[in-house]
Structure formats: structure tokens, C-alpha cells
Write a protein of this length. Structure first.
Lengths: 297, 284
């Protein structure tokens, strides 16, 4: 629309100045805060200290990662848990997204949708505090279980892998429900009715009509949830305690606790590589563009 | 499946039950946080020992309430200041970026617009460490080569603002550019034909059209900054924002004063949300 006559304006000398003025914030931001820091981080990960303040090029940091079982096991574990959390989030969110998009009508539809968003107006810290009060040994749920006679005494429900999973799923639901609702809303009810009239059962309608149509939304939600889960720090450390073994925790330990920035930088790059690979694969598999996925939530 | 198809009443009941359970799952943790802000016990755990406002108001005795807890209030203030700066910078830069993406044509635009999305797929922890390492290298360089002591490059609030800005501006850009795209260019042409200057057109036609997006981007930026944990954790110095302060206290053990500050945040964000929803939308 506008682009047709915009170049004429920007081609004039004054337009050229305007273009550079518009470019200035973007370039400062992208070069100064994204590109250069990551190049620096890459260089940092590729050096080793041979004497005080003397460094040389080396793959030692990456070798340490492969040779130390604790490190690569934590990495694999984090990735596995993130995949598991993404699958659980999808399974839990789908029926609710279906209800909001296809069953609820009018006012109740918008109320339910807004109710899904409300918990995410408060920070993850607050939500995690809620789970800690619910699940810790002296907390609400263990006491309830003991009072109802399910357990003899209150049991510790924090610091298990399942606890971490619950926390991660809880924190991710919004990012799954919104793209799913958007995808399902654009599905014409007449298609489902037609399939039913032609003798399709629930399973075949779901498999042949609903899932293919919702695939872009499922992919978008899954990509975002996986990425956020992989990079999460707060939920695994607070709900998993010392047993959480989360990879971001290793990065923090190397950088802040042990002050081994070279090792931390290498860990950071490994996490970035995994995260980017999964996002890229997800986009390729479903033939979507990054811009469209990010615009959805 | 859908209401126009016949469903057994059992299926209907099961769906309703599932949806109810889902919303219970969503809200129980928040309800519990709010409830135990008023429990008359030193530890946020059952049983219920009676109603008290100590965790908001107490001071001097064995209990310190939210409004007497100086470090907690200070970190709340720090969060507001950081979020204010991030919001201002993100909306200004986001507006410039939106015009750049929607109005300008220049070589490498495609690559630039893709690069603008990159911060959204970089884990927050990595944004934090890369900016930390780079700033530290710059500070080292300034010290070695020029003999300058550049404190703002050391972990602290300027770096926290930079770190949060680095990805929040992507979101602001997307929000504002989406609305600018839907702008009817003939409105600007009409204003030019009527003799308006470029500045007059910008301030009386284009920016008023963008207003809802600018307000929306500001609200999202403020909220994202206020809630940010991952990036902030890596960049914070001696005066931590609220999320970092709360995290530290939650690791040490629990005090209902954390419930009090959480409830305060819930009420504040609910008011903000109501304000945004109730605000009359501009025509168009």
C-alpha cells in the first residue's frame, strides 16, 4: 500500500538522512546487544586459560562437556524433560482450547479465554510460590492427603521430577492455549458436520479433519513451549531443589558461582544450538515462517 | 464434539468436568498464595490460625509486614524504575523499527527483519551471559587502554535494563508494526494535500492511529520487564529487582510476607488489566 511511494520520499537526500535515523536504534540494538555479545561469547567458549591472563585457542571447554558425564547427562536430561513437558502441555491444553474455540459460545467463550490469560499477568515467581505452598511437606496437599487417609503422614511432594514437570506445564499453558484456540477457530464447523454426516467417528474426524487443520497452531505452540522450558531456570531450581539437574543451572554455576566464564560460554552455546535446532526443525517440518509463529501468541 | 452434533450426556458431563478441573489447576496456586497472606502464623502453611493483617502492616515486633520491609520495598521500587526505562526505550525503538519495516526500502531489509526476531528464540539466560561477558570485555578494554573506570558496564541496573530491552523491543516492534501495516495511507495523502507538514501529519494522523498499539506495547513491555527473571539473574548487581529478591528469599525459606507482596502484585496487575480493557478504543 504505502511502500509504493515510500522509496520516492526516502531516495531524496533528506530521505536518506531519515532512513539512517530510523536505522540507528535498530542497528545499535541488534549489533550492540545481540550480534557482538554472541560473537564475543563464541570467542570466549573457544579459548582456554594456560596461565594467569594468558589464553589460547582450544576446544577444551567442549571436550570437558563430553568427558564429564554430569554435564552431558544434565544436558540430555534437560532436553528430554523439555520434550516431555511440551507433550504434556499439548495434551492438557488441547481439550480446553477445543472447548473455547468450538463449544463455548458468546460471552462464556470470551470469559473462558480471558480466564486462561489471567494467571500469566503475575510473575512466574508468584506462581511458583503457590506451588511450593501447595506441595511442600508441611503444605496444603500433603496435609489434605494425610487427613483424608491416603497417606499415613504428610509426604514431601516437592523435589521430584514430576513436580518439575507440573511446574513447567503450568507455566507453559498460556503459550499453548492461545495458538491452539486461534488455529481451531478458523476451522469451519461445516467440515466437521459433513464428516459426521458421511459416517466419520470421533477418532477419524479428529485425525483426518481437525489435526491437519490445527497443525500450524500445534507446531507454533510446541516450539514456543519447548524453547521457554529449555531455557527455564526458576521453576526447576525451586520445585526440583538440589535434584533438579537443569542445564541453565550449570550455566549459572559456571558463570556466577565458579567464575569459569569460558566453560559457561561453551554451555551457553550448546543450549543455544539445541534450542535453535529444534525451532528450525519445527518450522521446516510444518513449513511455517518464524515471523508468523512469533506473532501468534 | 461440536454443539450441532449429537453428544451423549456422559460426554457432555466429562467435558464440563475436565474444563472445570483445568481452571482449578490454573487458579488454585494463586488462590493459595493470596489466602496465606492473611494467615496468623509465621510460616505459610496449614492449618489456618486466624485472620491477620500482620504480613502487610506489622513492624517492630517479631513480624515484619510488607510495608515495613525496607529491602523488599526497595526491590519493588527498583523493579518499577527498571521497567519504566525498558518500557520507554522499547516503545521508542519499537516505533522507529515499525516505520523501518513498513515504510522504508533498503538493501538487507529482509535479513534485518529476521534478525529482529532472533532475540525471541534466544534463551533468556544466554542473552544475559552474552551481554554480561561483552560488557565486561568493554569495561576491561576501557580500563586497560584508556584508564577509564566504566561502572555502568559492571553487573547492575544499567545492564539489567539493556538485557531486558534486548528482547522486549522485539515484541514492541511486532505489536506496533502490525498496526502500522493496517494504516490507510490515503489518510496521510489527504493531510498532505490539505497542506500539512510532515511533522503535522505524523503527530495528528499517523501517531494517533498507532496509539492503541503504543499503549499495548508499553503495557506488555512493562509487564515483561517486571516479570523477567532469567536475563536479570545474570546481570543484576547489588540492588536486585523484586523477582530476584523474592527468589533469594524463597530459597532461604518462606515467610508470609512473600505472599503479601505477591497479592499486592496480583491486585496491581488486575487493576492495570481492567484499565486497559475498559479504555475506550479509538474509532477504526
Amino acid at each position: 500500500m504505502m511502500t509504493a511511494d515510500a522509496p520516492a520520499v526516502l531516495a531524496a537526500p533528506r530521505g536518506r538522512l531519515a532512513l539512517w535515523l530510523l536505522l540507528a536504534p535498530a542497528l545499535t540494538w541488534l549489533v550492540g546487544l545481540i550480534v557482538l555479545p554472541h560473537v564475543d561469547l563464541a570467542l570466549l567458549s573457544l579459548r582456554a586459560r594456560v596461565a594467569p591472563r594468558v589464553y589460547e585457542w582450544s576446544f577444551q571447554q567442549y571436550r570437558t562437556f563430553l568427558e564429564e558425564p554430569l554435564y552431558w547427562r544434565t544436558f540430555v536430561r534437560t532436553a528430554t524433560m523439555a520434550i516431555l513437558a511440551t507433550a504434556c502441555t499439548l495434551a492438557i491444553a488441547f481439550p480446553v482450547a477445543w472447548h473455547i474455540a468450538k463449544v463455548a459460545r458468546g460471552r462464556s467463550k470470551s470469559v473462558l479465554f480471558i480466564l486462561c490469560l489471567v494467571p500469566f499477568w503475575v510473575s512466574e515467581t508468584v506462581r511458583t510460590l503457590g506451588w511450593m505452598i501447595l506441595l511442600r511437606e508441611s503444605g496444603v496437599l500433603p496435609r489434605l492427603l494425610a487427613d483424608l487417609g491416603f497417606t499415613a503422614a504428610p509426604v514431601e511432594l516437592l523435589y521430584h521430577d514430576a513436580t518439575i514437570l507440573v511446574g513447567l506445564v503450568y507455566t507453559s499453558l498460556l503459550f499453548m492455549v492461545v495458538p491452539l484456540v486461534n488455529a481451531l477457530e478458523s476451522l469451519d464447523d461445516a467440515l466437521i458436520e459433513a464428516a459426521y454426516n458421511l459416517g466419520g467417528g470421533t477418532v477419524s474426524i479428529l485425525r483426518d479433519i481437525v489435526l491437519p487443520h490445527a497443525a500450524p497452531g500445534i507446531a507454533a505452540g510446541s516450539i514456543v513451549v519447548f524453547m521457554l522450558t529449555l531455557g527455564n531456570y526458576l521453576t526447576p531450581t525451586l520445585l526440583g531443589g538440589k535434584n533438579s539437574l537443569w542445564f541453565t543451572e550449570q550455566i549459572y554455576a559456571q558463570f556466577i558461582t565458579r567464575f569459569n566464564w569460558e566453560q559457561g560460554a561453551a554451555f551457553g552455546f550448546l543450549l543455544l544450538a539445541l534450542s535453535t535446532a529444534i525451532v528450525w526443525a519445527g518450522l521446516r517440518l510444518t513449513g511455517q515462517r518464524l515471523g508468523d509463529v512469533m506473532r501468534r501468541p | 464434539m461440536i454443539p450441532s452434533l449429537p453428544r451423549s450426556s456422559l460426554a457432555r458431563l466429562a467435558t464440563a468436568g475436565y474444563v472445570a478441573a483445568f481452571f482449578a489447576f490454573l487458579f488454585v496456586p494463586l488462590a493459595v498464595v493470596a489466602l496465606f497472606a492473611f494467615n496468623d502464623a509465621n510460616y505459610p502453611a496449614p492449618p489456618w490460625r486466624g485472620f491477620t493483617l500482620d504480613w502487610f502492616l506489622a513492624s517492630g515486633g517479631t513480624r515484619t509486614g510488607l510495608f515495613a520491609d525496607a529491602p523488599l520495598l526497595k526491590s519493588l521500587g527498583t523493579s518499577v524504575v527498571v521497567a519504566g526505562w525498558v518500557t520507554l526505550l522499547a516503545v521508542l525503538a519499537g516505533t522507529a523499527n515499525a516505520f523501518l519495516l513498513e515504510r522504508a526500502r533498503f538493501p538487507g531489509k529482509q535479513a534485518l527483519s529476521l534478525l529482529m526476531l532472533a532475540p525471541l528464540v534466544i534463551p533468556g539466560v544466554i542473552l544475559g551471559i552474552s551481554i554480561l561477558a561483552f560488557a565486561s570485555r568493554l569495561a576491561q578494554f576501557a580500563d586497560d587502554a584508556l584508564g577509564l573506570e566504566l561502572d555502568f558496564l559492571r553487573p547492575g541496573l544499567p545492564l539489567v535494563v539493556a538485557g531486558q530491552f534486548s528482547y522486549i523491543v522485539s515484541i514492541a516492534t511486532l505489536t506496533i508494526a502490525a498496526r502500522l501495516k493496517r494504516f490507510d495511507a490515503t489518510l496521510e495523502e489527504a493531510a498532505y494535500n490539505l497542506g500539512a507538514s510532515r511533522a503535522a501529519v505524523l503527530f495528528t494522523v499517523t501517531l494517533p492511529w498507532l496509539r492503541p498499539a503504543l499503549v499495548g506495547a508499553a503495557a506488555i513491555s512493562f509487564l515483561m520487564s517486571f516479570e523477567n527473571f532469567n536475563t536479570t539473574l545474570m546481570l543484576t548487581g547489588s540492588d536486585p529487582p523484586l523477582t530476584i529478591m523474592m527468589y533469594g528469599r524463597m530459597r532461604e525459606g518462606a515467610s508470609p510476607v512473600l505472599n503479601a507482596v505477591s497479592l499486592f502484585l496480583m491486585v496491581a496487575s488486575a487493576l492495570l488489566a481492567l484499565l486497559l480493557i475498559r479504555r475506550p478504543r479509538s474509532p477504526g
